[in-house]
Design a protein around this ligand. Structure first.
Ligand code: NA7
Length: 552
């Protein structure tokens, strides 16, 4: 059984309380130990893995290539771990997370089955007073203890992930539905048996697009409810090419460094063509798109330098994909309904295996719920307009309260009793996406205002964890108790993040980057585009002795 009450003595606060045991929390713990800082992790799940612990739906897979979506901080780990596919599946990524936890003996400092519910900054002691609640899901060895506990820490590091607070639309009548309902982000560990079942899937983002072909392969009837048709590029997944693996492993340090110089911190072997799409003839352009479509994954998004800034250039990518969908989908009406009518790559791009072709199967149906939304669930299914659909299982692939959801779920109370929910009522306010004015000694790994979800997350996590741990070491070595972002710097930072986004076309779509998928959430472009420039800025701030912060 895991100890659930680490260092609760008020005489002896721990240095760093880490919330979350996904890739961010695990590395943060390891790094703290390396620096001789006392640290403890509180994790709601029963094991490590974060997003890869929760997202067990069929087809769940990372769309950054496996040799890149992995830690770079330990050369031996990099060499010894063997990925089997070009794009790793959820079970394999979860095994990798478990391997890392074991290799670095992390679990002895992780309390599982427990949520941080509230945290108050005590201005007299310059520590965080943190409340936790064990929810009874407990540890894997048979259920942890239920109940509340508190602990005290000098620093709190939120490693809660960007896509971890599920969005479950409040459809009328949902409680009356007699069948089963599952959200992709809270998938049952024992799996779901779709054989012989009538299944409805709501949502066609990355999760829906990955799950739909596999659910279709198993069930009797599948009906997909689509509000917005999405762009999806073929993964062309397959067994990992041994020659490519050998090359990468021989050159890992330079390969990682080349990736860190990419806007999205991955894909240095598929460089971005910086020239305008409009500089090419139609035939040349088609050939470039076709090569990149065949290369698979996100390659096509890097076809030309102005797809994100010039509508006419973007239109050429839109037409190319529309033609591909028309080729892949037999029924012209279904193909038309699946064809996106928004800018290419404006919402989060999806990567799929056989998604569009799935609609050629007779038992797979597509229903447009944009013109007529889902009206209500019924005891036997759901109703759209005058049409009722009967289901045994409904899958909610309806996404997340992204980037801020899991941060705001904790009742944070900063200086002078200020609540984070109030401070962020008009949108998240951070400095560097790492710190929040009014909330000293609180750090957010891949927080809003940092490149985070626009990058290879593991690279972004490593950069943040290293910056945060170096900062705590600096403060400790210099006898400083607190670090706090100034309101002025944070306002300027939010302005910078917005200006960078507004220079592109990407603030115009209803994407979760803007928070518009959540009713009432302020419309603010939350992530910052451009990983390498961002890293340079963070490094400059550190090299300058964190002088843009208030240190005391
Ligand atoms: P997404 O990308 O937010 O997709 C959610 C989908 O659910 C999307 O198609 C939504 O339509 C749809 N949705 C949400 N609410 C409703 C309601 N009320 N009615 C009908 N349809 C609805 O989440 P995912 O889990 O697929 O992916 C999240 C990220 O995980 C992904 O981007 C990767 O980074 C990994 P909408 O587009 O809002 O019209």
């Amino acid at each position: 059984m895991i100890d659930t009450s680490p260092n609760t003595s008020h005489d002896d606060p721990i240095d760093v309380l880490i919330v979350g045991a996904g890739f961010a929390g695990m590395y943060m713990l390891h790094r703290c130990r390396q620096h001789g800082l006392s640290a403890h992790v509180v994790e709601a799940a029963t094991d490590v893995g974060g997003t890869w612990y929760w997202n067990r739906y069929p087809g769940a897979r990372c769309d950054v290539e496996s040799l890149e979506y992995s830690y770079s901080f330990d050369a031996d780990l990099e060499q010894e771990w063997r990925w089997t596919e070009r794009y790793a599946s959820q079970p394999e990524i979860l095994s990798y997370a478990q391997h890392v936890a074991e290799r670095f003996d992390l679990k002895r400092d992780i309390t599982f089955g427990t949520r941080v519910t509230a945290a108050r900054f005590d201005e007299t002691t310059s520590t965080w007073q943190v409340a936790t609640h064990a929810d009874g899901t407990g540890s894997e060895d048979g259920g942890g203890p239920e109940g509340a506990a508190s602990l005290e820490a000098r620093f709190v590091v939120m490693a809660t992930g960007c896509l971890s607070s599920t969005n479950k639309p409040d459809f009328e009548g949902m409680d009356d539905f007699a069948g089963e309902i599952y959200h992709t982000g809270e998938w049952p560990h024992e799996g779901v048996d779709f054989s012989g079942k009538r299944v409805g899937v709501i949502g066609t983002g990355s999760s829906g697009i990955q799950a739909i072909p596999l659910i279709a392969a198993e069930c009797d009837e599948l009906t997909v409810f689509q509000r917005t048709p999405n762009y999806s590029l073929p993964a062309h997944n397959g067994p990992l090419d041994p020659a490519w693996e050998a090359w990468v492993k021989t050159n890992y340090p330079s390969f990682r460094q080349a990736n860190r110089e990419q806007q999205a911190a991955f894909g240095s072997h598929v460089p971005r063509n910086e020239r305008s799409a409009l500089e090419y003839s139609e035939e040349e352009r088609q050939q470039i798109y076709e090569e990149r479509w065949q290369a698979g994954g996100f390659a096509m998004t890097r076809s030309f330098g102005d797809l994100g800034s010039d509508e006419e250039a973007n239109q050429t990518a839109q037409s190319f994909v529309a033609d591909k969908i028309a080729e892949l989908v037999d029924d012209a009406d279904t193909a038309a309904l699946l064809t996106p009518d928004q800018l290419f790559a404006c919402k989060r791009m999806c990567v799929d295996t056989d998604y569009f072709a799935t609609y050629n199967q007779d038992h797979v149906h597509l229903v447009d719920v944009r013109s007529t939304p889902i009206e209500t669930f019924t005891p036997t299914g759901l109703r759209v307009g005058d049409t009722s659909y009967d289901f045994d299982i409904v899958v909610l692939a309806t996404g997340y309260d992204a980037m801020t959801g899991s941060l705001l779920r904790v009742d944070f109370e900063g200086r002078s009793g200020q609540r984070l929910t109030e401070a962020w009522s008009a949108g998240p306010v951070t400095y560097l996406g790492l710190t929040v004015p009014g909330f000293p000694n609180l750090f957010t790994v891949t927080g809003p205002g940092s490149p985070s979800v626009l990058t290879n997350m593991i690279m972004a996590i490593e950069q943040h964890v290293e910056w945060i741990s170096d900062c705590i070491v600096y403060l400790t070595a210099n006898g400083l108790a607190t670090i706090e972002a100034s309101a002025q710097e944070a306002t300027a930072w939010v302005g910078h993040v917005n200006r960078v986004a507004e220079a592109t076309l990407f603030t115009t779509c209803n994407s979760w980057y803007l928070g518009v998928n959540i009713p009432g959430k302020p419309r603010v472009y939350m992530p910052l585009m451009g990983f390498p420039d961002y890293v340079r800025r963070c490094d400059e701030v550190a090299a300058d002795g964190y002088r843009t912060f208030a240190l005391a």
